[in-house]
Design a binder for this molecule. Structure first.
Ligand code: ATP
Ligand code: MG
Length: 484
């Protein structure tokens, strides 16, 4: 074990937020050992801005609670931790862990329960990468380095502690972490890891809870190096596991969305990780929509059903939380609204809570060469920056060109659309099965069309209405719920 002088490596207590210093000090004062560990120390060493600082101590979670009282909550079952609230900050305080007992690992060697307290030496050996296993005591200006991690920092190498195959078997999520850190830090992966990081090894991810995989996928999407990590995810076969795709490919839309996400993070803009999920699943959603359309469902129902199917299928790999699922469905539904808005709705659409995300999505599609957006991404882009007068003119002009387009490709179904009412973007899957307004309207619409058709038996055979394909809807397949 080497004890390094922290200041020699550019670390100082002044760089730390007061909250982590307060936690370390309070634990030390109560007679415990306490260190900053993990990504915080690593990032400071590399001159990066740490996302957060984690603390580790020889106090058990119950003892940490004694020190901090009501400011502390014990969380987790598989991995028990103390959460300490200091002002607005939340500091995670873990207890030194010893190797897990045999009884709590799965048949594949995966650790199921991990609450066996131990010494700092045991704790260090349980960490994933050497560069994540440095312990920093800011008051003593000391870094404890048990594995010559400092060499790996200098050589920019990711090295797993212990036998790589065993470490991946213990916790397959470490495969995702390997690629995340390689991309984030621009480090190379040690040859002994590359040797065992095979497609067979990635199969182990099937045993990991889809909730945990969602969390990890979020970290991959939001670290600011999506563009760098995407090819790695594909090359190492991780993508296949996360998205159940036989031959994964990064298309122009995904590539552009990844670039855009990274740029947003770089300039400090917020990002919604569900947005990237919406991008990734977009093509699957369109395919599914087409399946339903070819089965005779009307477009709105095809879209609703397709989005439910795609998200349900994805949840077998990564469980997207309900609010994020709703967001994704709304962004997809916005595509239809923004593509062909009714002129009376343009203003309301621009003020809709999901407008921004829907518009960004549309523009990215357009910029990546998707011709089906018909230039509407640019139209909305321009529209938003106009004065109120100019907006009115733009809407009038849009109305004229829309009417012209519709005259040339008019169908009676379109003519009978109800004019101005805004319907909710998505209807929830479960809950009361009340008749939603859109369903009632669709039924009314069909009746009106039927009435017109019944009076047209003496029309010329070339009349568009007689060429119109009658849509057979299977309403038993469509689930309606309360709107939100
Ligand atoms: P960042 O927070 O920048 O994403 P990090 O290294 O801090 O990176 P965390 O997930 O916050 O990552 O974990 C904190 C520390 O806990 C890690 O640095 C590592 O020492 C340890 N750790 C986390 N996950 C694992 C794991 N799956 N196996 C072994 N050790 C882990
Ligand atoms: Mg961290």
């Amino acid at each position: 074990m080497h004890t390094l002088r922290a200041s020699k490596y550019g670390l100082s207590i002044k760089q730390l937020p007061p909250s982590i210093v307060e936690v370390i000090d309070a634990l030390t004062k109560a007679g415990y050992d306490a260190y900053i560990v993990g990504g915080g120390v690593r990032d400071l060493m590399l001159g990066l801005h740490p996302k957060d600082f984690d603390a580790v101590t020889n106090a058990t979670p119950a003892q940490v609670k004694e020190v901090f009282g009501r400011r502390c909550r014990i969380i987790g079952r598989r991995f028990e931790l103390a959460h300490v609230y200091v002002g607005r900050d939340l500091i995670e305080v873990a207890t030194f862990r010893a190797p897990p007992k045999k009884a709590v690992t799965s048949a594949q060697g995966m650790i199921l329960r991990d609450n066996n307290w131990g010494t700092i030496e045991q704790d260090f050996a349980r960490r994933d990468f050497s560069i994540n296993a440095m312990y920093y005591q800011p008051r003593k200006d000391q870094i404890l380095d048990f594995c010559n991690a400092i060499q790996d920092i200098k050589k920019k190498t990711l090295r797993l502690l212990g036998d790589p195959a065993l470490r991946f078997e213990e916790d397959p999520v470490r495969m995702l972490r390997t690629l995340r850190f390689a991309a984030k830090l621009n480090f190379s992966i040690a040859p002994e890891i590359l040797k065992i990081f095979t497609p067979e090894m990635t199969q182990l991810l099937r045993d990991v809870s889809p909730h945990r995989l969602y969390d990890e996928s979020q970290k991959l999407f939001t670290m600011g190096h999506l563009q760098r990590v995407l090819p790695l995810l594909i090359d190492f076969g991780i993508w296949k596991q996360l998205f159940a795709e036989a031959r994964p490919q990064v298309n122009a839309f995904i590539e552009l969305a990844a670039k855009n996400t990274d740029q947003r993070i770089q300039v400090g803009k917020t990002i919604n990780p569900a947005f990237f999920y919406a991008v990734l699943l977009w093509e699957k959603f369109l395919e599914r929509c087409n399946d339903y359309l070819s089965k005779g469902l009307v477009p709105a129902e095809a879209r609703a059903q397709a989005s439910l199917d795609v998200l349900k299928r994805q949840s077998t790999r990564t469980v997207i939380p309900r609010f994020a699922e709703t967001f994704i469905r709304e962004v997809w539904e916005m595509q239809t609204r923004l593509l062909n808005p009714k002129p009376q709705q343009i203003q309301a659409l621009a003020g809709h809570a999901r407008f921004r995300a829907g518009f960004d999505f549309l523009l990215l599609r357009e910029k990546s060469g998707d011709k089906t957006t018909e230039g509407m991404g640019t139209w909305w882009d321009v529209y938003q920056n106009l004065s109120n007068d100019e907006k009115e003119k733009a809407i009038a002009q849009y109305n004229r060109s829309r009417a012209k387009k519709r005259r040339s490709a008019a169908t009676l179904v379109e003519e009978t659309e109800t004019p101005t009412e805004m319907t909710p973007l998505v209807v929830e899957r479960e809950g009361r099965r009340s008749r939603s307004p859109s369903r009632q309207r669709n039924e009314k619409q069909t009746t009106r069309v039927d009435a017109v058709v019944s009076t047209t038996s003496n029309l010329d055979a070339s009349h568009p209405i007689l060429k119109r394909k009658r849509v057979q809807r299977d309403l038993t397949q469509v689930v309606f719920g309360p709107t939100q």
